[in-house]
Each structure stands twice: as structure tokens, then as C-alpha cells.
Write a protein that binds this ligand. Structure first.
Ligand code: NAD
Length: 248
């Protein structure tokens, strides 16, 4: 389904990003695991050990120059870039009256500016090839404020949701598809503290009609579809995988 596609996944060292890299490689993609966390080296090495194609590249998504380096390295090694997954993200939960300007800026720099810089960096290669699929990882928090203290995080995820549609409009003529993926609450390091707090967990699961957290691989399956040609008529779409959280 993804045979020989070349895909860059940001935040690939951990959590959902790691699951994305592993599943995409299993489906035949060559995967660039891009992360500030050197753990990505182990993820890439393990994929290769299992017979897949993967490279780790150190990347801070906020740094335009680092994006240029990674895109050049990927093009020179693989000859093209078919997919980009803007997955790297951070969560800071605090009510607005307590949130520092530094925290606001950090959220927007990584979640939103990182998505912009990544897209900007790969678009020339995708335009040249007249094909590409970009998937921006938003969240159910791009639709609703699913917990207290989420206002700034929700603002970043809402921004990603509409940035995606704008890109879809601008690059459709080049056969570049851009979609946003909106996971519900998924079991990753980002949500580890939710599981140890019964009140938080009950609040989240109470409105998740499947009554459980999602697993990273369940999101990776949806991502694989969006990157593949099977989703060829989808662009500017918001794809939700949230155990029914936003259905009620
Ligand atoms: P995670 O914390 O487990 O992993 C995030 C990864 O991003 C880490 O490997 C981290 O090193 C990397 N990263 C952080 N800042 C970076 C930067 N500046 N440059 C490059 N890499 C950076 O998080 P996760 O739960 O796997 O979340 C992945 C994405 O999914 C995020 O965008 C998150 O907002 C979103 N999301 C998560 C959930 C959830 O319930 N876990 C739900 C909806 C959306």
C-alpha cells in the first residue's frame, strides 16, 4: 500500500510518531524518523533490523535551516519525498490566567510553526514531482475543549486544522493532498499522567463511547490510509479517530 513511498515523520522517536514510523515501514515505505530526541536513532535501527527502510535525522521542527538539511538529505538519498507527517507536538495544560507567554509561544512554535515550516520545506519537492500527501496531526482539541486547561493547546490544534485546509486549496493543482488527522486520547508518554489520575481518566472515558484509550497503532492505520493512494480523492479533510468522543 505504501511500497517505495518516502515519508518524513516528525516526532518519530516516541508515542504515536514511533508507531507511525513502524507501521509505515511495515507497509513498505522508506521512513525518515525526525525528532529532537535521539531515541529516534533506536527506533530507526529497530525498523532496519526488522527488514524495513528507516533513517534517523535529528530535527527541531522550529528550525527552518534544519528543515532544509533534512529535505536535502532525503532527496539526495531517496530521490523524492512522497509524504510528510507533521506529528511533533507538545501539550501544556494550564488555565489562560496562569499560562506564561513563554509557554504560549512554545506551544505555537512547536505545534503550529513547526507544521508550517515542515510543509514549506517539502512543498518544492512535491510540486516538482506533481504528487504528495501531507498529514497534519491535530487532535479532538482542534474541535472541542476536551479538558480544563486546554485553551492554548486547543488554539494550536484549531490553527493546524485550518492551516491544513488552506494548504489543500493552494496545492491541489500540483496533486498535493493535505489532510488533518484528529486523534482522541491515545496511550502515549504525552498522556501518561492522565492514566494515573482516576478523575481525569473518568472525565475523558466518560465521553469516549468506546470506553477506552486509543492505542498509537490505531491512529497509525488511519495515517497509512491518508498517505496512500487509496485516499486519492481526499484533501482538506478532517479525519477523526477518537473512539466516538466527538460523537456525543
Ligand atoms: P509524545 O510526547 O509521546 O511524542 C511527541 C514527540 O515529539 C516526542 O518524540 C518529542 O521528542 C517530539 N518533539 C517535541 N518537540 C519537538 C521539536 N521541537 N522538534 C522535533 N520533535 C519534537 O506525544 P504523542 O502523544 O505521541 O503526540 C503526537 C502528536 O499527536 C502531537 O502533535 C500531539 O499533540 C497529538 N495528539 C496526541 C494525543 C494523545 O492523546 N496522545 C491526542 C491527540 C493529538
Amino acid at each position: 500500500m505504501l511500497k517505495d513511498k518516502v515519508v518524513i515523520v516528525t516526532g518519530g522517536a516516541n508515542g504515536m510518531g514511533e508507531a507511525h514510523c513502524r507501521l509505515l515501514a511495515e507497509r513498505g515505505a522508506a521512513v525518515v524518523v525526525a525528532d529532537v530526541n535521539p531515541r529516534g536513532e533506536n527506533v530507526a535501527a529497530d525498523i532496519v533490523r526488522r527488514g524495513g527502510v528507516a533513517r534517523f535525522r535529528s530535527l527541531d521542527v522550529r528550525d527552518r535551516r534544519q528543515w532544509q538539511v533534512i529535505v536535502e538529505a532525503t532527496e539526495s538519498e531517496f530521490g523524492r519525498i512522497d509524504g510528510l507527517v507533521n506529528n511533533a507536538g507538545v501539550l501544556i495544560r494550564q488555565p489562560a490566567h496562569e499560562l506564561s507567554v513563554e509557554s504560549w509561544d512554545l506551544l505555537f512554535d512547536i505545534n503550529v510553526k513547526g507544521t508550517f515550516l515542515g510543509s514549506q520545506a517539502v512543498l518544492p519537492a512535491m510540486k516538482k514531482a506533481a504528487r504528495g500527501s501531507i498529514v497534519n496531526i491535530s487532535s479532538i482539541s482542534g474541535f472541542v475543549a476536551n479538558m480544563p486547561g486546554m485553551s492554548a493547546y486547543c488554539a494550536t490544534k484549531g490553527a493546524i486544522r485550518l492551516f491544513t485546509k488552506g494548504l489543500a486549496v493552494d496545492y491541489a493543482e500540483y496533486n498535493i493532498r493535505v489532510n488533518s488527522l484528529h486523534p482522541g486520547t491515545i496511550r502515549t508518554p504525552m498522556t501518561a499522567d492522565f492514566e494515573s489520575d482516576a478523575d481525569k481518566l473518568n472525565m475523558l472515558l466518560g465521553t469516549t463511547i468506546l470506553r477506552r484509550l486509543g492505542e498509537p497503532r490505531e491512529i497509525a492505520e488511519v495515517l497509512a490510509f491518508l498517505l496512500s493512494d487509496a485516499s486519492s480523492f481526499m484533501t482538506g479533510s478532517e479525519v477523526t479517530a477518537d473512539g466516538g468522543f466527538t460523537a456525543v
